[in-house]
Design a protein around this ligand. Structure first.
Ligand code: AVJ
Length: 322
């Protein structure tokens, strides 16, 4: 229990910003990267040559779409294809098209924290794959798990692509996977992407591109505080800093204050003092190997049914069942 008296907050964002910037060391959650501008910046990241994750997963889905579709539909029962963190659905469309072309009976339920991303996805599916029955749901992973619970009855295939799990520390990931496991029935499947440990330089480059796209993405949380909470962050006074620890497999993103400064965030009545070179931790992007994934599965009561990899083993998709 803290006895600090917080002002009354009118949103989760206000509360999290207040708590994160009054904590030591300071932190802000990467879930706040994703507004309209952040969605676009993340699309730009996925298109960068340094960000190998997207190409790897794209090739896995393209090369194995037949086997994956069969795995999803082998018992012949209709299913709900639930996608957590669907984003622009670019990779998912490979599977959606293949399932649709093979007249497989399913309903597509994409979930994302960004309503903007969902609206665009909904429009593009209706245009490109009009036969697909789609229903979008907005929310965080944990919030939407509850709504998935209400879908009981129909078989579930849950997609969690892009190594999105990597934003969670292991204890949180286990917590999340346990919640998913509890929602699953015997025939349900969980199909997930896990970026693999590899040459540390390759990983560092993916999160530290020279064109500054990742920097702008990381700083978008400050831009959002400025516009949504009447903050006066000068984005140029902060440095994007990335570290990768090859022992733990954790890539961490920071914003580092280049000088001593005071930032005023009017809407939450907060003046934040930064010492020169003080940090705000913003994101983790965890990397995995087979042993860590097997450990996570065991801890969460899940079994690995099968796995798919790109030719260079840079990235893997695992299929879990209860
Ligand atoms: C969307 C969480 C998978 O961590 O690789 C990309 C987000 N951050 N570049 C990742 C991200 C910086 C991405 N995930």
């Amino acid at each position: 229990m803290q006895n600090t008296a917080y002002p009354t907050f009118t949103s989760e964002f206000e509360k999290d910003v207040y708590q994160g910037l009054t904590d030591f060391p300071k932190h802000l959650s990467s879930k706040y990267f994703y507004d309209k501008k952040g969605d676009k910046l993340f699309q730009d990241i996925m298109a960068m040559s340094e960000y190998y994750l997207t190409d790897c997963e794209f090739s896995i889905l393209e090369n194995h779409k037949d086997e994956i579709s069969r795995l999803f539909s082998e018992d012949g029962t209709p299913f709900n294809l639930i996608e957590l963190g669907a984003g622009d659905g670019k990779k998912t469309k490979i599977l959606l098209k293949h399932l649709s072309d093979n007249a497989i009976d399913f309903k597509y339920l994409p979930i994302d924290i960004s309503q903007n991303a969902l609206s665009q996805l909904d429009a593009s599916i209706k245009k490109e794959l009009p036969k697909i029955d789609i229903k979008t749901m907005q929310g965080t992973y944990f919030e939407t798990l509850e709504r998935i619970h209400e879908l009981n009855g129909t078989k579930k295939v849950i997609l969690f692509l892009g190594s999105n799990i990597g934003n969670l520390l292991h204890p949180q990931a286990i917590d999340f996977l346990q919640s998913v496991q509890q929602l699953m029935h015997q025939d349900d499947l969980l199909f997930m992407g896990f970026d693999q440990k590899k040459n540390p330089q390759t990983i560092l480059d993916a999160y530290n591109d020279t064109s500054g796209i990742t920097e702008a993405f990381n700083k978008n949380v400050l831009a959002r505080i400025n516009t949504e909470l009447e903050g006066d962050f000068n984005l140029n006074d902060f440095l994007h800093w990335e570290v990768y620890d090859p022992e733990t497999g954790t890539a961490k993103s920071y914003l580092v204050s280049k000088k001593e400064q005071l930032v005023n965030i009017k809407k939450i009545a907060l003046k934040v003092h930064f010492k020169a070179w003080e940090t705000i931790h913003t994101e983790i992007s965890q990397k995995y190997d087979d042993d860590v994934v097997a450990w996570l599965a065991k801890k969460s009561g899940l079994k690995i049914k099968t796995e798919f990899s790109d030719t260079q083993q840079q990235y893997k998709n695992y299929v879990f069942k209860k």
